[in-house]
Design a protein around this ligand. Structure first.
Ligand code: TMP
Ligand code: ASP
Length: 238
């Protein structure tokens, strides 16, 4: 697969054209940002870990019927994906109180929720990805009612599948963020699924094994990403 022109550079990834207009190369960087990129750093080999972790997780989801943009792993830092028209909505699912929810609602981090919460955020860095709801999405014509129904259905299914998968890895899936896009007439899960986009706590010690180690200066950041990769790979081989 020939690597063509750079199409887009985000905070953690780059996208390149290929000789097939329907396919793009997604390259994972070691750059880390938090709090609207006011905090910046590098996590050594984060890109390599996230590329492999995402590959495993997209594989798990595909086998359980979730359509994703993943096509195949190309090398340590790159995967081939379907080109999507990204819907500018970030879907967050929460199983345990943490992060933004603990702050905005004044709740104790670590409290198990009675049922999972689905949140929508408008994907717009300049506006700091504000929380909004399905009425905003429909009124702003970001997605149709049918698309939104599909997105919510897939998101809860992803939660069910990944809760079980991570549990078998000895990890608690606290919360995570998904992005979806249009490919021909279908909705596909896009972006990545990694310790950058999920909160993952060790099941027995509650040790944070995700990007919160960077956000909160907790140390052992590289080790946390390697640990998640190791557990995900071991589980996938079973
Ligand atoms: P939050 O508690 O800060 O809203 O984050 C919820 C989840 O979404 C958490 O697993 C981290 C992930 N996330 C992203 O992937 N990108 C973002 O820009 C933010 C704010 C959160
Ligand atoms: N990556 C996001 C940013 O740079 C926020 C985060 O993940 O905390 O703003």
């Amino acid at each position: 697969m020939k690597k063509g022109k750079l199409i887009y550079e985000g905070k953690a990834k780059k996208l390149y054209q290929t000789d097939n207009p329907g396919l793009v190369i997604q390259e994972f960087k070691d750059d880390a940002t938090a709090f609207d990129a006011t905090k910046r750093g590098t996590i050594t080999d984060k890109g390599v870990c996230n590329n492999k972790i995402s590959t495993h997780l997209f594989g798990v989801l595909e086998t359980q019927g979730i359509p994703t943009h993943f096509v195949r792993l190309l090398n340590e830092r790159e995967m081939l994906v379907q080109r999507l028209e990204i819907i500018p909505v970030e879907v967050t699912i929460r199983n345990v109180v943490a992060g933004g929810m603990a702050k905005s609602l004044g709740l104790q981090e670590g409290k198990e929720l009675h049922s999972p919460i689905l949140e929508y955020h408008y994907k717009n860095d300049a506006l700091h990805d504000p929380l909004f709801n399905e009425y905003h999405i429909l009124a702003m014509e970001l997605a149709t009612e049918e698309e939104l129904k599909t997105i919510a259905k897939y998101s809860f299914e992803v939660n069910r599948i990944l809760l079980e998968f991570f549990d078998q890895c000895g990890l608690k899936l606290v919360d995570f963020k998904l992005e979806f896009g249009r490919h021909k007439d279908k909705i596909l899960l896009g972006d990545e699924i990694s310790p950058d986009t999920c909160r993952l706590w060790d099941k027995t010690t509650n040790k944070k094994l995700d990007k919160d180690r960077f956000r909160r200066d907790l140390g052992d950041i590289e080790e946390a990403y390697q640990e998640v990769l190791k557990r995900v790979c071991e589980r996938s081989r079973v």
